[in-house]
Design a protein around this ligand. Structure first.
Ligand code: AQP
Length: 344
């Protein structure tokens, strides 16, 4: 049997290079040998206030990005979360399985709630329980994500283990994160110590998938750097597989741009460092602009074309929701039976 893959992206604003390299590009690669469900997670989006018209447009934009990046809606299932009620229903069960102590350890809640923790929605707090439900509602076994989601996936595993132990049954699978590529954590172009993010107020911090070639060029040329020439392969440890943490700490922006180049050109970081060792940022940035425009331009154009045809995108989402529901319903029913819920 093919392995079952599930992953989601929030419709919370402009999709960026981090979403693409950390997640969406890997979604495309997995569809050849796995049964894949790719979800626009609108229930997650509303854990933070969303303007309704904008949420609808952003939902179509994420679906358009999936399609433009190369996800085939016939082989894979593309849908939005709120159209399949099993997600919310199983999330309630997991609210009762998951522990307050577990949620208190989630760093993303701490980052997103910040100093206004008392004022954050309870949805933001229990977000990881809903994420566990997203995955386990399909008994998915593998979840491609960026590095930032690793902790949430560990919680998904804990929830599955506790549910199975509580009821003495081997029901939910223990999921495996799939974190791969040369840019599993793309950093902001303005500050190499912060993650590139949709919610960063500075548009110059990220490259949006729909940016024009001029915008891409401007953002890369203005990206923060340092006065040194570019480092070489000696900056890597563990047989060239990892960046020396001390060097990365000293020059986070340089290593971020080099990792982006490696990921976009589909080369290893060691070979990119070999190519640009000793070069100045100005010449390297010109190469990075050309490569980014070449790789992202066609995706952005296709997204624009699809977003101008909302009827088509909505049709893909509707069809996907029907197919997703067919998988989720019997699993949810079975979970209800295990819990002792009566059904008539
Ligand atoms: N900077 C990143 N580098 C690598 N991967 C990333 N992902 C997000 N940012 C980066 C991956 O993209 C997928 C979808 O993420 P999401 O939209 O569901 O939520 P997020 O991780 O919270 O992304 P953002 O862009 O930072 O959104 P906001 O600002 O709304 O919180 C995930 O697989 C994620 O790992």
């Amino acid at each position: 049997m093919k392995r079952r893959v599930f992953s989601g992206v929030q419709p919370t604003g402009d999709l960026h290079l981090g979403n693409y390299l950390g997640a969406i590009r890997n979604f495309v690669r997995l569809q050849n040998d796995s049964e894949c469900l790719y979800c626009v997670v609108d229930l997650h989006a509303v854990t933070v206030w969303q303007e309704p018209m904008k949420l609808a447009a952003n939902t179509r934009e994420v679906a358009a990005a999936f399609l433009a990046a190369g996800i085939n809606p016939t082989n894979s299932i593309i849908f939005n979360q709120s159209q399949v009620s099993a997600h919310a229903e199983l999330a309630w069960v997991f609210n009762c399985v998951s522990r307050v102590g577990w949620l208190n350890r989630m760093t993303q809640f701490k980052e997103k709630a910040g100093k206004r923790r008392e004022n954050a929605s309870t949805g933001l707090y229990v977000y990881p329980n809903l994420m566990a439900a997203d995955i386990l509602t399909y008994k998915a076994t593998h979840v491609p994500v960026g590095e930032d989601q690793k902790q949430h996936l560990e919680l998904t595993r804990d929830i599955a283990i506790k549910f199975n132990n509580d009821f003495g049954i081997d029901f939910f699978p223990i999921v495996e994160p799939l974190i791969f590529g040369e840019a599993t954590r793309v950093m902001s172009l303005r500050d190499g110590t912060n993650k590139m993010s949709k919610s960063d107020p500075s548009d110059y911090s990220r490259i949006n998938l729909t940016d024009s070639p001029d915008a891409i060029a401007q953002k890369i040329r203005k990206a923060k750097t340092d006065p040194e020439a570019l480092p070489g392969p000696a900056a890597l440890i563990n047989e060239g597989k990892e960046i020396d943490p001390d060097q990365e700490k000293a020059r986070p922006e340089a290593f971020n741009l080099l990792s982006i180049y490696a990921a976009l050109s589909e080369q290893s970081l060691v070979s990119v460092l070999g190519q640009f060792e000793g070069a100045q940022f100005s010449s390297f940035k010109n190469k990075l602009v050309d490569l980014s425009v070449e790789k992202l331009g066609p995706i952005g154009n296709e997204m624009q074309r699809l977003m101008a045809d909302p009827g088509y995108v909505d049709g893909v989402l509707k069809d996907g929701a029907m197919r997703a529901n067919t998988i989720a319903e019997p699993i949810l029913k079975e979970a209800h039976k295990i819990l002792g819920f009566l059904s008539t």
